[in-house]
Write a protein that binds this ligand. Sequence first.
Ligand SMILES: Nc1ncnc2c1ncn2[C@@H]1O[C@H](COP(=O)(O)OP(=O)(O)OP(=O)(O)O)[C@@H](O)[C@H]1O
Ligand SMILES: [Mg+2]
Length: 440
Amino acid sequence: MGKSEPFDKTLLLHFDPRQGILVTSTLTLEIVSPGEEKKRKVTFEASDLPIAIGSASDCKVILADPYVSKLHCELFCESGKIFVRDLKSTNGTKINQVQIKEAAPLNSKDEIYLGKTTILFSIQRKSEKIGEIPVASLSEFEGMITNDPKMHQIFRLIHKIAPSKETVLITGETGTGKELVARAIHQKSGVRGPFIPLNCSAIAPELIESELFGHIRGAFTGAEKTRMGAFELASHGTLFLDEIAELPYSLQSKLLRALEYKEIRPVGGDAAKKVDLRIVAATHKDLKEEARLNSFREDLFYRLYVLHIHLPPLRERKEDIPLLAKKFAQQIQPDVELAERALQKLQNHAWPGNIRELQHVIKRTLLMSEGEKIDILHWKFFDYAEKIEPLGENATLDEIEHYYLLRALRKCNWNKREAARMLGVANSTFHDKIKRHALK
Ligand SMILES: Nc1ncnc2c1ncn2[C@@H]1O[C@H](COP(=O)(O)OP(=O)(O)OP(=O)(O)O)[C@@H](O)[C@H]1O
Ligand SMILES: [Mg+2]
């Protein structure tokens, strides 16, 4: 696809899961400027880009040089390469004595000239074997339990990259733990802001822009008050964009702008607002394929595909099935034991709804025993649970709703969009209902 394949060696940050290698970069600027006695050295991470340079106080590199404009130039990244852009400065910007017109690529050891200031630029890349990163506990990590080596690699990666502000894309089938991973990244990041989840498939398309960027009073019918969007609510924290593949195409370029410039424009407003937050996105779809089919913007795909975490389905980590089953059962009835045959039966199931489906089956099975003490959770119970309890003659409306929601989820292999379509309700309604019935 396209010109710029990800993971070429010019990329500033990337993780290669096959080789288990994480590459990180540090950008160093050595500044010699009038008014500063000594040479000044500043370092940045890839996630700090773009870096504005000028005399204004909101620049990332502030210069006292009187020949430098307020917003003089900026360093930015495109397809893994770093560029300098002149921001219509009065005296212009040069790289190695050559005046740049608009933007020009920057290589390690290049000198940038602005006013009477010289900046020596360099990049240091570091490769690390992910398996060597120490993590206190691998069997239980931020509420996730597993014995699977692929999952352990993921925990190491999260531990390592959480403190940076870099965007992370999480993929995996429904119920594999994408939201738990997103929360773990936030927890481990140590940032002081909140974790704000926003499910792109659960919001009506015409409201998404306002949900993301907020709106000002009177921006549209019903906008009685100025309201902050998720970008601002997640300030100094993490914005979790769930089901990102469902973001309407027309909004994808606005999201890309917000990610690149860390700037948003509320609906109906003129002024742009600076934002400072970490973005974590998730999807159960193959985003690369969506980009190939032109239903997802290729440039946004590359912006999100920097650090990619893919969660394996439960059937590819069969060892985890008994572990998780015991945990879920004991959460409901602490002294319950699971019979060997029951465990085998669970391990042979394909689990299209993954961990959530397993959790659900265990819960239903135990609750169906109606308080009667079960010493050993026998495989027969699972048989019963799999068939879904038939609706009795005196079923309440609530029970009927539960029954049909579960049946639709099963029929659609736990694909919530398809299940909503099958029942003829809006995605948002479906999401509310499955949440209320603890099916999510
Ligand atoms: N490793 C794990 N250990 C324990 N519980 C887990 C683990 N992974 C997932 N779960 C539980 O499984 C359920 C589904 O997880 P989560 O909501 O994170 O999945 P998801 O990938 O976001 O699903 P969806 O695509 O349907 O939104 C949650 O109740 C979560 O707590
Ligand atoms: Mg989720």
